[in-house]
Design a binder for this molecule. Structure first.
Ligand code: SF4
Length: 509
């Protein structure tokens, strides 16, 4: 599977098109008397931008867990019939973008495992960095009926599910999920915002760095956990607080219990503020939209230019473009119209359509652009191919000048925590100065915001943010490169290290 990353950062990419991708949205609800599957459906709908490859919902009715998952968007996977078959009072849901493990049905989530006490279903946002070590721990689990614990998938998440399902006490007594979690979670390294459940309890846990967001909300008759606060709004839940880094919460008829499996060492992903999260989400008390507008303002101060019009690469560049326009005094206008629904099809475009490239997604407003000196504000550049096409398109539409302004610093390092950018060699900022990149894009000028200004715009202290893709300072030790990578477990399977097994989740008919 090729690595991702092609410049134009947009949550609605065409199939096969390359841009940095989020690594999943998770949602969980405990609410007796509510239609939990439908609440989860709408929660996942609000989180669709975080993962568009597959979607799934697991529901418990108190005696059994049913999982329904498939490849595709949330709206493609579920309909009234499938949702009404998922009856119960607890649900966890997942929208996936793959970072470890191929984009195949077996790797769709929630993952599911039988336990000695029932079963567990689990969804994961993030990416683990000790997958190989976790695979060894799974291999060392007690034998199930004389057979080794089998892996049902080739993603890192299923290993965590297997570990939670397979723990025993010193005397060999199987542990419950709640008893197993404090044993297992300290061994899990990397980024993980988890929602999981057994038949009676909803759980949520967040890695000690809190790299990916995870929030807790309250319904009149229950509780909700979600990747982003925007997903609480859509299902009528009120924001309570974030799940803390290193914390696990458990929710059942006895209320909410909290415990800590590790000390908090906060290093939230700064790229959530730049691009990943919805603008109407708050992370660590800071609204994402306001952060982006402030990035645009600071960018205007750091990289002013004489121009007639500020336009955005819609939609992720829009808040920063508004900020740039406010600060510079240059009018903001719509120069590009987005074909809003084109990214929501899984129909592979024909070769003729594919050759249209960026035009399939963005159409220039010639009447607005013609003869103007443009400032084009975007949130980031990864490989630059799409930006190059964008500059060409704007010139063909009659722009007099095209000045590109980017509201994040140059992306120079890969992310191992759930964002699939590109290899170092593919990142355009490696080996080229901003001026050289600007020339390569065909722009009249190109400037990036500084790292400090980007961080200040979030209002989060610098030492509480991961910014490794910009400065290479990773918030934790990383294993050797051969022990990282999307296809680590597929490679091990091919080498006979792990053994696949049929998942017990329901396959869509
Ligand atoms: S490396 Fe970049 S994208 Fe990855 S977690 Fe850190 S800041 Fe976020």
């Amino acid at each position: 599977m090729p690595v991702r990353g092609d410049g134009l950062l947009n949550h609605d990419l065409l199939p096969g098109e390359k841009g940095p991708q989020d690594a999943c949205g998770v949602f969980g609800v405990w609410a007796p008397g509510e239609e939990v599957a439908k609440l989860t459906y709408f929660g996942l709908y609000a989180l669709q931008h975080r993962g568009q490859e597959s979607a799934g919902i697991a529901v418990s009715n108190g005696s059994q867990i049913l999982v329904f998952k498939d490849m595709g968007l949330v709206s493609q996977v579920f309909d009234e019939t499938s949702l009404s078959s998922l009856q119960g009072h607890i649900a966890v849901g997942h929208a996936r973008y793959s970072t470890t493990g191929a984009s195949v049905w077996e790797n769709a989530q929630p993952t599911f495992r039988a336990t000695a006490h029932g079963s567990i279903a689990l969804g994961h946002n993030g990416n683990l960095v000790n997958t190989a070590q976790l695979a060894e721990l799974v291999a060392a689990l007690p034998k199930e009926n004389g057979r080794a614990t089998q892996v049902a998938a080739t993603n890192d998440t299923d290993l965590v599910t297997a570990l939670l399902a397979g723990q025993t006490a010193e005397d060999g007594t199987p542990l419950t999920v709640e008893q197993a979690a404090p044993r297992v979670l300290p061994h899990v390294k990397g980024a993980f915002s988890l929602v999981f459940m057994d038949e009676n309890t909803l759980y949520a846990a967040r890695d000690p760095q809190g790299i990916r967001p995870l929030v807790l909300g309250r319904l009149e008759r229950g509780w909700v956990v979600a990747s982003e606060s925007a997903a609480l709004d859509i299902c009528g839940a009120s924001f309570v607080r974030e799940v803390e880094p290193g914390e696990m919460v458990a929710i059942d008829q006895n209320g909410l219990r909290t415990s800590r499996f590790a000390d908090a060492r906060p290093k939230g992903c700064v790229f959530e503020y730049v691009y990943l999260a919805r603008p109407d989400t708050d992370i660590a008390g800071r609204n994402v939209y306001l952060s982006r507008v402030e990035m645009g303002r600071r960018l205007a101060r750091e990289a002013p230019v004489e121009a007639d019009l500020v336009i955005a690469t819609p939609e992720s560049g829009t808040p920063a473009a508004i900020g740039y326009a406010e600060e510079s005094g240059i009018p903001f206008g719509n120069g590009l119209v987005k074909n809003a629904y084109v990214g929501r099809t899984f129909i592979q475009p024909s070769q003729t359509i594919r050759q249209l490239g960026i035009r399939l997604k963005l159409n220039p407003l010639k009447e607005v652009i013609r003869g103007k000196r443009l400032v084009v504000v975007d949130d980031s550049i990864v490989r630059g191919n799409t930006q190059r096409a964008l500059v060409r398109m704007l010139r063909e539409a009659g722009a007099a000048e095209v000045h590109v302004r980017i509201s994040s610093p140059p992306v120079k390092w890969p992310c191992f925590f759930g964002i699939d950018f590109a290899t170092r060699a593919e990142l355009i900022a490696n080996g080229m100065t901003p001026d050289e990149i600007g020339a390569s894009l065909g722009a009249d000028s190109l400037s990036y915001i500084s790292t400090d200004a980007m961080i200040e715009a979030t209002t989060i202290p610098k030492d509480r943010l991961c910014r490794a893709c910009f400065d290479g300072e990773y918030p934790m030790d990383l294993p050797d490169p051969e022990l990282l990578g999307k296809q680590l477990l597929e490679t091990e399977l091919a080498a006979g290290v792990a053994e696949p097994a049929a998942t017990e989740a329901l396959r869509r008919p």
